[in-house]
Write a protein that binds this ligand. Structure first.
Ligand code: AMP
Ligand code: GLY
Length: 410
């Protein structure tokens, strides 16, 4: 099977390694990729915002499967352009990707599907906004309706800050505050069936102790020893399966990865958000633990063939730590030389790196993600941190407390 994977981050590096590990994958093309992915796949230049360029590349390579990593091409409808050529795609249509592209749309589907989420109002005027803020009270949760690259959500006790953020959005969802630990639980769907993956936890704040600003994610781990034992079944029954059924009933089946961001509240699980793609950096802990051959699995999903399929997992633990450019997420400093150890106990995934005059340099906010695997979270942490300490990159930082509490049984 010839596969084209679209994207260029740490998520795509982990997916590329997973696809390569499946002997069914005979040729792997990645566009645009990065220097880490170049070691295991053929790279092609690509503007991922150009649907016809993506479709043309898939056609010229005569691939059997396209896997789309990032949200922007999905929300733009790249999967539709590729499907129109008769090529199987792992990734939702433009209509189905609205689950990530519009918070208001996602709320409507959840309402119809009976999926538990925070009560909310969608507002377009100042009077609606003020009424919603005062209905729920502090802490205020204010979400830009559209894609906002991780900058769309403000959670604050400050009514004025909440109001200002809401007024800066075109359409805004204001919702009830959900109290409880957050987890990420993904499902792989062919449009009718959905296979729930194991849960992971992402660390969204920039600094140790969950301080600092929200980021795309500074680290992750899986499994979650503290989570309820039936968390996967509960999420499947109450969230993933009803969402897939509702999307199919609307005539817009969701084929691809449905990412449920959940809060475990004292009243039960509640959906915080959906994404229409693999999460980053959760993918860097889930794919190394997934034993089911990945290329075959994603091809089965893309060709409506997940009946009777199951996922098999390694019992080992995985911890990933993000090495970020100083100033990330607001104003990352990059262009610095990256020096990697020649051998390491952990896997180093490239996120924002580039080659420049024969040197590896930093090119993005998140530069590398380092995943350690071990028999428990402590040994996985030890490997990830030993490896990250051996990387030299001026103007960089990482969190030192990824999976720390969970490794101590908290
Ligand atoms: P999102 O972009 O939807 O993932 O939101 C970013 C972060 O805001 C989440 O990871 C949560 O920490 C927080 N958040 C979003 N919605 C709520 C909510 N209803 N209650 C509490 N925190 C929330
Ligand atoms: N890790 C959060 C995300 O991928 O959106």
């Amino acid at each position: 099977m010839k596969i084209l994977l679209v994207g260029s981050g740490g998520r795509e590096h982990a997916l590329a390694l997973g696809l390569r590990a499946d002997s069914a994958c005979t040729e792997l093309h990645v566009a645009p990729g990065n220097p880490g992915i170049a070691e295991i796949a053929t790279l092609h230049p690509l503007d991922v915002t150009d649907n016809s360029a993506i479709a043309a590349l898939a056609q010229s390579l005569s691939v059997d499967l396209v896997v789309i990593g990032p949200e922007i091409p999905l929300v733009n409808g790249a999967a539709d352009s590729i499907r129109a050529l008769g090529i199987p795609v792992f990734g939702p249509s433009k209509a189905a990707a609205q689950l990530e592209g519009s918070k208001d749309f996602a709320k409507g589907v959840m309402l119809d599907a009976g999926v538990p989420t925070a009560h909310s109002f969608t507002c377009t005027s100042q009077s609606e906004i003020e009424k919603a803020l005062d209905t729920f009270g502090a802490p205020y949760v204010v979400k830009d309706d559209g894609l906002a690259a991780g900058k769309g959500v403000v959670v604050t006790d400050d009514r004025e800050a909440a109001l200002n953020h809401a007024l800066a959005c075109n359409r805004v969802v204001i919702e009830e505050y959900l109290d409880g630990p957050e987890i990420s639980l993904f499902g792989i769907s062919d449009g009718r069936n959905i296979l729930a993956m194991e849960p992971a936890q992402d660390f969204k704040r920039a600094l140790d102790g969950d301080l600092g600003t929200n980021t795309g994610g500074m680290g992750a781990y899986s499994p979650l020893p503290w989570a309820p034992e039936d968390i996967v079944e509960m999420t499947y029954e109450n969230v993933l399966a009803p969402m897939i059924a509702e999307m199919a009933a609307r005539g817009t089946p969701f084929v691809g990865l449905l990412y449920a961001g959940l809060a475990l509240t004292k009243n039960g699980i509640r959906v915080i958000e959906f994404n229409a793609r693999f999460g980053d950096p959760e993918t860097q802990v889930l794919i190394p633990r997934l034993k089911t051959p990945l290329a075959t699995l994603l091809y089965s999903a893309a060709t409506d063939n997940l009946d009777d399929k199951v996922l098999n997992w390694s019992p080992e633990s995985a911890v990933t730590v993000v090495l970020a450019s100083a100033g990330y997420p607001e104003s990352p400093i990059f262009g610095n030389e990256v020096s990697l150890p020649t051998s390491s106990a952990a896997t180093i995934y490239h996120s924002g790196t580039a080659q420049s005059e024969g040197r590896l340099i930093s090119k993005g906010g998140r530069v590398l993600t380092v995943t350690g695997i071990g028999e428990n979270l402590s040994s996985a942490r030890a490997k990830a941190y030993a490896t990250i300490k051996g990387i030299t990159l001026e103007n960089s930082f990482y969190r030192t407390d990824i999976a720390l509490a969970a490794s101590k049984g908290k």
